[in-house]
Design a protein around this ligand. Structure first.
Ligand code: FE2
Length: 171
């Protein structure tokens, strides 16, 4: 119930089996990152005094993606379940990429030095049996996707993520 309480957007995923797998990815990432809760994790380590945390950023990116996804239907077919699941999971790898020092500072984990969160997110999605299309959104949401042929859902999440990032930097 913890993950559901943080991310009400999970209810927008119509496929209940898919929704469960998305929750399981979050729980697995929490386990790997050894987090008791995730509310205090920053959205990024690249912006000092960032105005939003990771949970808020994830929700905002998902809400933006849903709205753009509705409009984008005029251009191309959008799989709404994939879009919402991918948006919710796009940064889940940060739960493994980041860790907390004894002093309470957030920093890169040992694993985070080896793999960035897009790759970790892709791995977690595939490990939990999520569709390749959702793993692709995780991998391709950041610069890792620049050499890939992004799906429509991945393009939407990629841009929504960067809108959040660029606007947060302006503060
Ligand atoms: Fe993000």
């Amino acid at each position: 119930m913890y993950i559901e309480s943080l991310f009400p957007e999970l209810n927008e995923i119509s496929d209940t089996a898919l929704r469960e797998k998305v929750i399981n990815v979050f729980l697995r990432a929490m386990e790997l990152g050894e987090w008791d809760n995730i509310e205090g994790i920053p959205f990024t380590l690249l912006i000092e005094d960032c105005p939003i945390n990771l949970v808020a950023h994830t929700r905002l990116t998902t809400q933006m993606a849903q709205k753009i996804g509705e409009l984008a239907e005029q251009i191309t077919k959008i799989n709404k379940d994939f879009l919402v699941a991918g948006a919710l999971l796009h940064d889940v790898g940060k739960l493994v990429e980041y860790s907390r020092s004894d002093k309470g500072n957030f920093l890169k984990s040992q694993l985070g030095d080896l793999f960035r969160h897009p790759a970790i997110g892709m791995h977690l999605c595939l490990s939990e049996g999520l569709p390749y299309e959702i793993a692709h959104i995780c991998l391709a949401h950041s610069s890792e996707g620049n050499k890939l042929k992004r799906t429509p859902e991945a393009w939407i999440v990629h841009h929504c993520d960067f809108i959040c990032f660029e606007l947060a930097k302006l503060r």
